[in-house]
Design a binder for this molecule. Structure first.
Ligand code: LMR
Length: 394
């Protein structure tokens, strides 16, 4: 029976990690998978997370099960972090999940139960795992135009044109901040227009919020999500703690479902718990507990925010440095978009053969669509990247 299975396509992002590891050259640069690295090339455990872990090790008396939807304390801190006061809290159902990917999967399972015929619209391009997850959940997908490849910016009029055609009850998947893979984001007034259009078409927004705090700041990066949630009768949010708490391998995420009223909240809450039960029974607790401890303690929270802010501003500095170095080498401003983009990624706009040349001739690894992880750079490696980009005629 098992011999009837089909070989699976390689994951384009994770394949790169293996290629990089196997490259014997002493000087090489990994700008592939979305993991933050400091100037020393390390992905450190954040100070506040380490302190919470130490305290948890001392204080934790049991590792018995929590509840199917996870710890209510985690729901509360994450609801506050993501939604603030944008909606009445009695309308919000929540479930801890296995990372942001688990949150997307459970959210789409919920959609499948509520609207089995719904089509999920994703930006063109989007994170390469979105469409396969939608398919795994038994839903159809389609794309709305998003990226203007020529200017490396959002093609907002095309996006709005396509979203106007979305049927009532369809789902629109939006990147709450720090668009992955392009780095190009909507302005707040544009988000307002999107929210208005969603209420007109009756589409359900599903917001993927994986990089809160990596763009313009914790509050600023949540502004679009809050605006959409306040405008629409229901909104699904898949939030990840992997990046902003640096707890990638702990697999910590949450689904927040903003429902029309408290009665609907109860039913949605029951469905989220049931979906967790069917998928993995209880969600993992360790990472969720660390996040709760950090956000509940004023001292740990302040230290976490300070470190997160350092990470964010270091990425902005790298963006500016790269844009400047490229201006100096090419004598043009055509890479100015790098300083405008936000988050971990920017799509450089290189052709596949140029991406291959960067790898083969310069030991620089980026995803085939020329997505670069800015956090894989350091002030010391930016000049080499700029030289290589110019040498490859990009
Ligand atoms: C990425 O886009 O590189 C990250 O979200 C990691 C992943 O799982 O793909």
């Amino acid at each position: 029976i098992l011999s009837h299975l089909h070989p699976q396509p390689e994951d384009q992002i994770l394949k790169l990690t293996a290629l990089f590891r196997d490259d014997p050259r002493p000087v090489k640069l990994d700008l592939g998978v979305g993991v933050y690295r400091n100037a020393a090339g390390q992905t450190p455990v954040m100070r506040a997370v380490k302190a919470a872990e130490k305290q948890l090790w001392q204080d934790e008396t049991s590792k018995s099960y929590t509840s199917l939807a996870g710890d209510p304390g985690f729901h509360k801190v994450m609801r506050d972090l993501v939604l603030g006061d944008a909606v009445d809290h009695t309308r919000v159902a929540a479930a801890a999940t296995v990372g942001g990917t688990g949150a997307l999967s459970i959210a789409l399972d919920l959609v499948k139960r509520a609207a089995p015929g719904a089509t999920v619209w994703v930006s063109d391009p989007t994170w390469p795992n979105h469409v396969p997850i939608i398919g795994k959940c038994g839903l159809a997908s389609n794309v709305y135009r998003y990226f203007d490849a020529e200017n490396r910016a959002v093609n907002f009029s095309a996006m709005m044109e396509d979203l106007a055609r979305v049927a009532p009850g369809d789902v629109v998947l939006l990147h709450g901040c720090c668009h992955n893979p392009t780095g190009a984001n909507l302005t707040l007034p544009e988000w307002q227009e999107v929210a208005r259009l969603l209420t007109q078409t009756g589409a359900l927004p599903l917001i993927d919020l994986a990089y809160q705090g990596f763009g313009d700041g914790l509050e600023e990066d949540a502004a679009a999500t809050r605006l959409v949630a306040a405008a629409c009768p229901d909104t699904l949010i898949a939030a990840s703690c992997s990046k902003n708490f640096g707890i990638y391998r702990e697999r910590t995420g949450i689904v927040l479902a903003v429902t029309p009223d408290a009665a609907a909240q109860g039913v949605v809450q029951g469905n989220l718990a049931a979906l967790n039960r069917l998928t993995y029974s209880f969600p993992p607790d360790h990472g969720a507990r660390l996040v709760t401890m950090v956000l509940e303690s004023p001292a740990l929270r302040a230290d976490w925010q300070a470190e997160l802010e350092d990470i964010r501003t270091s990425m902005l500095g790298l963006r500016r440095q790269l844009a400047d170095e490229l201006r100096a080498r090419t004598g043009s401003d055509r890479f100015g978009f790098l300083a405008q983009h936000r988050g971990m990624f920017s799509r450089l706009g290189a052709k596949p053969e140029q991406v291959a040349r960067l790898r083969d001739e310069h030991g620089i690894y980026m995803v085939g669509d020329s997505r670069m992880n800015i956090a894989g750079l350091s002030p010391a490696t930016v000049p080499a990247l700029a030289t290589a980009i110019a040498a490859c005629g990009i």
